[in-house]
Design a protein around this ligand. Structure first.
Ligand code: ZN
Ligand code: ZN
Length: 498
C-alpha cells in the first residue's frame, strides 16, 4: 500500500516536471489528432503539384532561380517499414537544351536509396544520399511526430524562437532533426535538418507545413515548402492526402539491395588533347571539359568544373603534362554550380580566379562557407581562405610572348548574364561554355552565340568547348541551322494539328 502510494507520487512528480521537450511533442501530437491517430498511420500518400526551383542555375547569382514546374507529384510513405517513393513529372520553365520534361522516380527502403530511370533501370545511390532521403521522409508532421514519440528517440534543447517552440530530435536511427511547433495552435510548423551541398557546404534543409485540413480527425498540411539554405527547392500544393490507402509495394528490388551503395568518389578519367601549340583540351569521363593554356612562365586553366574530384584530377593531369611551369590561375566561365564546382579547390591551391564581375561577391561567399559535414580541400587545409580574384567587366586580354587569350563577357544571354567566353587570335579558336554542345537536342542560344561572335568581330575556325566535342565552327553553324529548321517545322506541324 505504502509502496503503491510512493509510486503514484513519483509518477505525478515526474508528470509535473516532465521535460518541456516531451510536453511540446505531446502537445503537437494532440493538436494533430492524438498519439493513437498518428501511430495508426501505416501509409501516407501525398498527391499534388507545384514547383522545383533549380538551385545554382539562375541567370545571375542574385536572380530568382529558374523553375521546373511540377505537373504531377505523388509521395508515398510506408511508415512502419521506413520506405518512401516520390514520383513526379516536371517541365522546364526556362530555355533548356536537353529534354524539357522529365519523369522522376526516387525511392528509399531503410538504408537503400535508388532512382528508377526513365528506361526502367534502377541506380543505387550513395550512403549519404540514402541518409538525406531518410531525413526527407521525416520532413512531414506525421512522420516526425511518430519518430519523436518513439521511446528510444532523444528529445533535447527545447527553446523559443518568436511564436515557435523548437525541439531537437535524435531518432532511434541516430538521425538529427529540429521540429518547430506553433506555440498557439501547437501544430508542427516546420522540420529542419542539415546536410552537405558540395558548392554551399553545410546547409539547413527546412520544410514548412501550412494550410492544415482535417482528415477523419487527423490534421494534415496541404502545402509543403522545402528550402535549402535561403533557396526554395520544392513547393508542393497538396490536392489529396490518402491515409492507409493501398500503397504500392515500396520494397527495394532484390537486384538493387544486392548492389553496393554508389561510391562517394567515383573514378574520374581526364584525357589531354593538344589542339594548338601550348593549348590542351582536357576531356575524358563525363561531359565537362577544361582547357589549359601555356603562357611564357605560367599556365592558365579555363574552367575547373563538375565536382571537386574532377577539378583535382584536372589539376593532376595538368601537372603530369610536365610543362615545367606553375599553374597560377583559373578562369571560371560563370557561377552555375557545375561550372564553379572547382572554385574552392582552386582557392585552396592558391590560384587566382578570373571571372565576370557579377560573380565576385557570390564566389567570395562560396569560399567563406563552412564545410564541416563533408570537409573539402579548402576546409581541410585549415587556413582562413583567401580568394584572389581578377574580375572581368567586358573584356580582358591575357597576353605575353608565348600566348594570347582574350576573354569576353557574353552579352544578352538568357542562360547566364555573367558568362565569359575565350578567344585565341593566333589560332582562331573559340572557348565557350553553355552556348553550344554537339550533343544537345536543341540550340536555344544559337542566335546569341552568333551575335556575340559578330559583336567581337571574331573569325572563328574552331570551337574548343567546355561541353561536347571539338568541331570546326563551320560544322557548329551547320548543326545549329539544321536544328533551327527542324524546330520551325515541328512548331509548324504542331500548329497545323486540329
Ligand atoms: Zn550554365
Ligand atoms: Zn554547363
Amino acid at each position: 500500500m505504502k509502496k503503491a502510494l510512493l509510486t503514484a507520487l513519483a509518477a505525478s512528480l515526474l508528470l509535473a516536471c516532465r521535460a518541456p521537450e516531451v510536453k511540446g511533442v505531446q502537445a503537437a501530437a494532440e493538436a494533430l489528432g492524438g498519439k493513437d491517430k498518428i501511430l495508426a498511420v501505416r501509409t501516407l500518400t501525398i498527391t499534388g503539384e507545384g514547383e522545383n526551383p533549380n538551385l545554382g542555375q539562375n541567370v545571375t547569382p542574385d536572380a530568382p532561380l529558374t523553375v521546373w514546374k511540377v505537373t504531377e507529384f505523388e509521395q508515398t510513405i510506408d511508415l512502419e517499414k521506413g520506405r518512401m517513393r516520390i514520383e513526379q513529372v516536371r517541365t522546364a520553365q526556362f530555355p533548356f537544351a536537353l529534354a524539357t520534361t522529365a519523369r522522376q522516380n526516387m525511392a528509399l527502403d531503410g538504408d537503400v536509396a535508388w532512382n528508377v530511370n526513365q528506361d526502367g533501370t534502377s541506380t543505387r545511390l550513395t550512403e549519404r544520399e540514402a541518409q538525406d532521403r531518410r531525413l526527407q521522409l521525416l520532413h512531414h508532421p506525421v512522420t516526425i511526430l511518430r519518430a519523436a514519440l518513439d521511446p528510444t528517440a532523444k528529445l533535447s534543447n527545447s527553446r523559443k524562437q518568436g511564436d515557435r517552440q523548437l525541439i531537437d530530435i535524435t531518432t532511434a536511427k541516430g538521425d538529427m532533426l529540429t521540429l518547430a511547433i506553433d506555440t498557439i495552435t501547437r501544430l508542427p510548423v516546420s522540420v529542419s535538418s542539415t546536410t552537405d551541398q558540395p558548392n554551399l557546404g553545410d546547409v539547413l534543409i527546412e520544410t514548412s507545413f501550412s494550410q492544415y485540413e482535417d482528415f477523419g480527425g487527423l490534421k494534415l498540411p496541404m502545402r509543403l515548402t522545402t528550402k535549402i539554405d535561403k533557396w526554395v527547392q520544392s513547393d508542393i500544393r497538396v490536392s489529396k492526402n490518402t491515409v492507409n490507402g493501398s500503397a504500392a509495394d515500396l520494397a527495394a528490388p532484390a537486384a538493387v539491395s544486392a548492389e553496393a551503395p554508389a561510391p562517394a568518389d567515383p573514378p574520374i578519367e581526364v584525357t589531354a588533347e593538344q589542339v594548338a601549340p601550348g593549348i590542351w583540351w582536357l576531356a575524358g569521363s563525363g561531359n565537362h571539359r577544361s582547357v589549359a593554356f601555356a603562357f611564357a612562365d605560367h599556365l592558365t586553366l579555363f574552367e575547373l568544373p563538375e565536382s571537386e574530384a574532377r577539378a583535382k584530377a584536372v589539376i593532376e593531369k595538368v601537372h603530369s603534362l610536365a610543362f615545367g611551369k606553375p599553374l597560377t590561375e583559373v578562369i571560371v566561365s560563370h557561377h552555375h554550380f557545375d561550372h564553379s564546382a572547382g572554385l574552392r579547390l582552386a582557392v585552396s591551391e592558391g590560384l587566382t580566379i578570373i571571372t565576370q564581375s557579377g560573380n565576385v561577391a557570390f564566389f567570395k561567399d562560396l569560399v567563406a562557407r563552412k564545410h564541416t559535414l563533408v570537409p573539402d580541400e579548402l576546409a581541410r587545409n585549415g587556413a582562413a581562405p583567401r580568394i584572389k580574384i581578377r574580375p572581368v567587366d567586358d573584356e580582358l586580354v591575357l597576353k605575353d610572348d608565348a600566348m594570347e587569350l582574350d576573354l569576353y563577357h557574353v552579352k544578352d544571354n538568357s542562360h547566364s548574364d555573367t558568362l565569359l567566353m575565350g578567344w585565341v587570335p593566333r589560332d582562331h579558336i573559340l572557348v565557350q561554355a553553355d552556348l553550344y554542345d554537339s550533343g544537345w537536342l536543341k540550340y536555344p542560344w544559337a542566335d546569341n552565340l552568333k551575335a556575340n561572335v559578330a559583336l567581337r568581330k571574331l573569325q572563328v575556325e574552331k570551337d574548343v568547348p567546355i561541353h561536347g566535342t571539338i568541331e570546326s565552327y563551320a560544322d557548329v553553324l551547320k548543326r545549329m541551322a539544321e536544328k533551327q529548321i527542324e524546330e520551325k517545322q515541328e512548331r509548324a506541324g504542331t500548329r497545323a494539328r486540329p
